[in-house]
Design a protein around this ligand. Structure first.
Ligand SMILES: Nc1nc2c(c(=O)[nH]1)N[C@H]1C(S)=C(S)[C@@H](COP(=O)(O)O)O[C@H]1N2
Ligand SMILES: [Mo]
Length: 190
C-alpha cells in the first residue's frame, strides 16, 4: 500500500540521517543567530545577501557572524530587571554588547543600530553603551529566549528602582534581534 511504503521510506530516512553523519558537529551548534555587519574583523564565510539582510539592506560582505556557541564563549553578565517596564522582574543573561562589538573588531566608542526580525531598529549611542553596559540577552529566568518571542537575542539594560535608568522607556529594548551594524558618527557641522 502506498501509505505504508511512504511511512517505511520516511522511517528509513530518519534512521539513515541519524547514523549517516550528514550533519557535521559544527552544524549541530546551530545556525548563525547574530550578524554584525561591516566588522573590522569579519568572518571567513559571511552569509549571503538574501532574505531579511536584503529586505532591510544590511550589507553582509564584511560581517562577523556569531552562533549561539560563539556568544556563549564570551563572558556573560546577568541583569535582573522588569520588561516590559513595570512588569515582574526577570533574570536576563547574555554577553555584553560592548564585548560582542569588541569581538567583531570594533573600537570602543562605536555607536550601533540593532535590527530585529520585524524591522524594528534601535540606535544605541556609544555613550549609552559605555555608561550602562547593556547585554545581548540569550536567556531569561534560566531558559533560552525563544525565536518568535523575545529571542534569539534581546538588548537588556540595567534598569532598576534607582539610578539613571529608573525612568527609561522600552524603546531601546529591542527583541528578536538578528543583526547589528555600526552607525557612522555624524559629521561635525562647520
Ligand atoms: N523587535 C522589536 N522590539 C521592540 C519593539 C518592537 O516593535 N519590535 N518595540 C519596543 C517598544 S517601543 C516597546 S514599548 C517594547 C514592547 O513592545 P511590544 O509592545 O511591541 O512588544 O519593546 C521594544 N522592543
Ligand atoms: Mo513602546
Amino acid at each position: 500500500m502506498k501509505i505504508a511504503q511512504t511511512l517505511i521510506a520516511m522511517f528509513a530516512c530518519v534512521v539513515l540521517s541519524a547514523c549517516g553523519g550528514r550533519v557535521d558537529e559544527a552544524e549541530l551548534d546551530g545556525p548563525v543567530i547574530l550578524t554584525i555587519a561591516e566588522a573590522p574583523q569579519p568572518s571567513p564565510n559571511p552569509p549571503a545577501y538574501e532574505g531579511l539582510f536584503a529586505t532591510y539592506e544590511i550589507p553582509v560582505a564584511d560581517a562577523r557572524v556569531f552562533s549561539r556557541r560563539d556568544l556563549s564563549a564570551l563572558r556573560w553578565r546577568q541583569i535582573t530587571t522588569d520588561f516590559p517596564a513595570g512588569s515582574p522582574r526577570r533574570s536576563f543573561e547574555g554577553p555584553r554588547l560592548s564585548d560582542v562589538l569588541q569581538a567583531a573588531g570594533f573600537a570602543r566608542g562605536t555607536s550601533v543600530r540593532l535590527t530585529a526580525f520585524d524591522g524594528y531598529e534601535a540606535e544605541i549611542d556609544a555613550a549609552m553603551i559605555a555608561r550602562h553596559d547593556p547585554i545581548l540577552a540569550l536567556r531569561a529566568d534560566g531558559a533560552p529566549l525563544p525565536t518568535g518571542g523575545l529571542g534569539p537575542v534581546m538588548l537588556v539594560w540595567p534598569r532598576g528602582d534607582r539610578g539613571a535608568l529608573s525612568d527609561m522607556s522600552d524603546d531601546l529594548w529591542a527583541w528578536g534581534v538578528f543583526a547589528i551594524r555600526p552607525v557612522e558618527a555624524e559629521a561635525e557641522a562647520g
